[in-house]
Design a protein. Structure first.
Length: 128
């Protein structure tokens, strides 16, 4: 089978229907985000000492908060997990450390920027 016939065979399998959002979470994502924002505002108004406590866990430079520790810690853990996953997947096909470690570092640093877009069976990536 030639490349052209493979491409033609693959194109017949693709559906032209857009992906349907099946879960309530997917269909109502904007509502969930709005509710979280509203909940944060209400929590800050109802328990100002809690909000001040979170503000107190920030690192300040010239009286300006530059790092929020309650946000930084989960992001750090997420990045380390993504690095470990990338490194493990790169070592699985027996890539050397010299190739696997930089690949995992690039993946861990870029996971905030790359957004997968699924259309049927096809996946494309966009840079956010």
């Amino acid at each position: 089978m030639t490349n052209r016939s493979l491409a033609a065979a693959g194109s017949r399998d693709r559906t032209t229907e857009p992906r349907r959002m099946k879960s309530v979470f997917e269909r109502c994502l904007s509502v969930w985000v709005a509710l979280c924002i509203l909940g944060g505002i209400l929590l800050g108004k109802a328990a100002p000492e809690f909000a001040h406590g979170l503000d107190g866990m920030a690192l300040y430079v010239d009286a300006v908060a530059v790092v929020s520790i309650p946000i930084a810690i989960p992001l750090f853990v997420e990045t380390v997990v993504i690095f470990a996953l990338g490194y493990g997947l790169a070592r699985w096909p027996r890539l050397s450390y010299e190739n696997a470690a930089p690949a995992a570092m690039i993946g861990a640093s870029n996971h905030f920027l790359i957004v997968p877009i699924w259309r049927g069976r096809e996946c494309r990536f966009a840079i956010a």
